[in-house]
Write a protein that binds this ligand. Structure first.
Ligand SMILES: [Cu+2]
Length: 622
């Protein structure tokens, strides 16, 4: 449907799908391999893919046969936003609900979808998806309340793009040479894995755009020149139509909106995605953080350059009202409070923490621990210290409070559920506890989605019903922060899982091929499930006080300082009157040349003003 510049070199992956009548089985063969691609027209690089869009109807059974032909990396597939009700073993995160798929082997995902809307799939192992293992997943709904309101639909992805592979970027990101945890800044933004995307439209029609941010890092400000967007769905949940001039889509979020075209064909119109540069610690001079596409009414007419935008006033998704009018869940049975902290560990690198825990994958996938721990499966201890596991009882109302003690925006995603987004503070509001907000302040009909943006130094409150037994991660969807540990684990109704689940043989074979144990606690201990000796753990904390190396460094600094002062005094007291310049100035100058990256506020060129309470901000854009 959409014209694309055909940037991906060769289609080595093919999808075979057969679509039968109601409740069909839709089958895909994913031969996951490396190709060479140049989606921004600037740089050829090895890329995973391209892979097909997954498309099915509500009620269909989806089967994805994966063959890992990467050669050098394991892989996995997560189907973002799908509940996987009854099939948590198909959710995809490595060491959570499966072992990763080794090179040269095959693995089948098989699940039924009973939810409509716009989703995507991506790898969920060693920060792999930004290298290309990502694509749209659309579930058509013959009962959609908006079906009669549009003529045609377009599926459009937006993303950031890096010229380097994740395996090259990660070691520098989590490193003592990057103690502030500055995330690599992408080189470009893409529409549908290309740039200058043309979307052919006809006058006087209405189109449904299913827009998906499949990026690794950057949130995107999105607008259409001369046209409004009428939002009808976010993250697979229908909402009452709401008109927006600009939306913000974080990594992993989706938004479906209606665009009604003009009644004339006298011009074409640009639509723009502009990366949220407030996330970037540096703003390289050569970075074009915008990507443009066009609504093409007449392909003989020019494609106009987008106009400069003075302000980024994007729509506040918290004001949306679900179409089904589902009311606020009652007061929670369980409250989980998580403080987002960025800090350094003993290796000098920067890590991300919920409270005092940065995630380390367990030796045994968490699901397999749940299935083999007997009655102890309800004791969070067995899942290990660094999976940050919370055991949820079936049917209870769970409230997650996230306090951002960090100065960045973070999009938080819960697997296996839509949550009610019942509160989001302004930036700089502090913790939820300090906000004075009570039950009476929550909306009667809160908006629902599966990924919600938390603002800098602010807080969010989410609520969901634990009606889906399984192992579900809760994590920031910035892939850098997944790598640095901003993950907690929800273990939902594990005794139900023991009664109902069978792990397929190919899943167990993936573990066996890599000698990953499939029974026991997080440390692989099957005899004493409460003994976590030998479990995987992050680097030790920075030692309190001074280390021996620090003391030695301090002594040498003091000695050299005293010597320096003595030399200066000796020099100053010397009888030669022609010595006009003190060497002190020279030394002082050379001693202060260590600069940590340029901040946004200091960057040359278009300078972003950090958003105010509404999340908007000022910017000069073109
Ligand atoms: Cu984050």
């Amino acid at each position: 449907m959409l014209s694309s510049r055909g940037c991906f070199a060769a289609l080595l992956t093919h999808a075979a799908w057969q679509h039968l009548a109601a409740a069909a089985t839709v089958t895909y063969d994913f031969n996951i391999t490396w190709v060479t691609a140049n989606p921004d027209g600037a740089f050829d690089r090895p890329t995973i893919g391209p892979l097909p869009r997954i498309s099915a109807d509500v009620g269909d059974n989806i089967v994805v046969h994966v063959t890992n032909q990467l050669g050098n990396q394991t892989t996995s597939l997560h189907f973002h936003g799908l509940f996987q009700n009854g099939t948590t073993q198909m959710d995809g995160p490595s060491q959570v609900s499966q072992c990763s798929i080794p090179p040269g082997s095959s693995f089948t995902y098989n699940f039924t979808i009973n939810q409509p809307g716009t989703y995507w799939y991506h790898s969920h192992v060693h920060a792999q998806y930004p290298d290309g293992l990502r694509g749209p997943l659309v579930i058509n709904d013959p009962d959609s309340p908006f079906l009669g309101m549009y003529d045609e639909e377009f599926v459009v992805t937006v993303s950031d793009w890096y010229h380097d592979q994740m395996t090259d970027l990660l070691p520098g990101f989590i490193s003592k040479n990057n103690p502030t945890g500055a995330e690599p800044v992408p080189q470009a933004a893409l529409w549908n894995d290309t740039q200058n995307l043309k979307v052919p439209v006809e006058p006087g029609k209405t189109y449904l755009f299913r827009m998906i941010n499949i990026g690794a890092f950057a949130g995107q400000n999105i607008w259409f020149e001369g046209h409004n967007m009428t939002i009808v769905e976010v993250d697979g949940v229908y909402h009452q139509p709401a008109v927006a001039e600009m939306i913000y889509l974080s990594a992993a979020q989706r938004c479906s909106f209606l665009v009604t075209t003009k009644n004339e064909t006298t011009a074409n119109y640009a639509f723009v995605a502009s990366m949220d540069t407030t996330l970037f610690d540096t703003l390289p001079d050569d970075l074009n953080y915008n990507v443009t596409g066009w609504l093409v009414y007449d392909d003989t007419l020019s494609l106009p350059e987008p106009a400069t935008v003075d302000e980024l006033n994007f729509f506040d998704d918290m004001t949306l009202v679900p179409y089904d009018n589902q009311t606020l869940f009652g007061e929670p049975d369980k409250i989980i409070e998580l403080d987002v902290i960025m800090d350094n560990l003993g290796d000098g690198a920067n890590y991300a923490f919920f409270n005092n825990i940065t995630y380390s994958a367990p030796k045994v996938p968490t699901l397999y621990t749940a299935l083999t721990a007997g009655e102890l499966a309800t004791d969070p201890t067995v899942y290990g210290t660094y999976t940050h596991s919370f055991v949820l009882e079936k049917g209870e109302i769970v409230q997650i409070i996230v306090n951002n003690l960090d100065t960045g925006r973070h999009p938080f995603h819960l697997h296996g559920h839509h949550f009610q987004a019942i509160y989001r503070s302004a930036e700089e509001a502090g913790t939820f506890e300090d906000s004075g907000i009570t039950e009476a302040d929550f909306p009667a009909i809160p908006m629902r989605r599966d990924t919600l943006v938390l603002y800098p130094d602010g807080n969010i409150v989410l609520r969901f019903r634990a009606d889906n037994p399984g192992i579900w991660l809760f994590h920031c969807h910035i892939e850098w922060h997944v790598a640095s540990g901003l993950i907690a684990t929800m273990v939902e109704a594990p005794l139900d899982l023991q009664r109902t689940l069978t792990i397929p043989q190919d899943h167990l074979a993936a573990c066996a091929a890599q000698s990953v144990p499939t029974a026991g606690n997080a440390a692989g201990n099957t005899a004493d499930l409460l003994d976590l000796g030998g479990e995987n753990h992050p680097p030790a904390p920075l030692p309190a006080g001074f280390t021996p190396r620090g003391i030695v460094a301090l002594v040498f600094s003091c000695v050299s300082g005293i010597l320096g002062v003595a030399v200066v005094a000796w020099y100053g007291l010397a009888p030669d009157p022609s010595a006009a310049q003190s060497p002190v100035e020279t030394e002082a100058t050379t001693a202060t040349t260590t600069a940590v990256g340029t901040s946004n506020a200091e960057a040359e060129g278009p300078v972003l003003v950090t958003g105010a309470a509404s999340g908007g901000g000022g910017a000069s854009r073109s």
